[in-house]
Design a protein around this ligand. Sequence first.
Ligand code: A5P
Length: 237
Amino acid sequence: VNAASVRSGAEDGQKRAAALRAVDEVEDGMVLGLGTGTTMAFVLDVLAARIAKGLKVVGIPTSNRTEDRAQQLGIPLTNFAAHRSIDLALDGADEVEEGSLNLIKGAGGALLREKIVAAASKRLVIIVDETKIVQRLGTHRPVPVEMASFGWQNVLDRLAAAGMAPTLRTIGGEPFRTDGGNYIADCAFAGIDEPARLDERLKAIVGVIESGIFVGLATRIVVGGTGGVTILERKLS
Ligand code: A5P
């Protein structure tokens, strides 16, 4: 057993504890947004257990992966054609900035659908282990930027010219494709001072579809840590 596997075992326990707490927010009759990632896998398990005991909810999945898992677990699914707005979205994140609750998301490649679901939702509850909480966004993780596959080489050059330090995300030597068929540029920063401004600058680049910077969307963060589960609320300025 090495240090990394001990650490990831501890993080899994924290994610599971936070998932249990987050699913407490779910009430009968809700339309849910179902996020993507390893933390959400725990949330789906807990949600399925409550559904098996009689909870009545429907979910809109943010990825094919979440859709498949939800179907296996018997979580009823729906879509925007049937429900134009969402009561509560549950999702993970790559980084959460303390205080502002601004986020970086998209390490799993689902950022576009996740952001659409977050924007459509009355509340967005983010579930993380404590390693994801940062004082300043962008210090540990890159910002995933979803772009059209057409002309991506030129989009990447323009991202680089704008100082975004982009790297095309690849898998097995091929470009990684999102569920929508787009590509991702992971953009590295040594800390982000103005996330809203950076989000605007990224989206002003032709060919960029969405950025993984989520500003003003999360309403509550459920954090699993060594000392148990804590809740962070957004400080309204
Ligand atoms: C998916 O695209 C991401 O936004 C995830 O929400 C994020 O990467 C969290 O994933 P984990 O729970 O696996 O860390």
